[in-house]
Design a protein around this ligand. Sequence first.
Ligand SMILES: [Zn+2]
Ligand SMILES: [Zn+2]
Length: 205
Amino acid sequence: MDFDQFGEVFDNVEERRLGQTQTEYKEWAVERLQDYHTTTVTYTGDNNVTYNKTCEPNCSDISVQSIEPVYLPEVRHTTDIQEYTYPYEYYAAGPSRVTAEDGIHQCVHSDTSGVDETYTYCPNCGAIACSSHTKRERLEGEPVCTGCAVTVRFALKTKYFYDEGNLEAFRQEYADMPLHEKAMENKILVAGNVVATLLLVVGII
Ligand SMILES: [Zn+2]
Ligand SMILES: [Zn+2]
């Protein structure tokens, strides 16, 4: 195999040799075929007794005709985005792939991982974070992760900002807001007030 051809595409190419002898691989294959063809049958005899019998082929029942070594590419790549590096590694066989390491489906701020979770990219620092470590940036309305956000409480509710500049810009915006709009910065508080007002109305009636 000519490994030089990969040098142009990959930063580093490492060739690994077979780990065992041909005889050892033959034995390994026979064992697996034995397991594969082993089955347990249940039958009832003339005496009305039910028997279980395990049928297992003997080693001599299986013959390995030939062994052909092939190269299995194990590809590892990393993606650098701002402060983070994300590794991804897989075995490739034609169109099939088996993932060995997945650093992309993984929150950088917690143990949350796997393809079933939802992740959001933080444009502020390059983090890939799970939903509980992703917030909405108050000034720009875009996602921001809890790792890099500057946080301050407005109307008793924590707000998340990309940086001090955005925080100051929002502080100004907030100062100019009429009171009812300021209160809207904390929806739970607003909902609480509505309930309180309703109770008051009911009380009056
Ligand atoms: Zn997380
Ligand atoms: Zn971030």
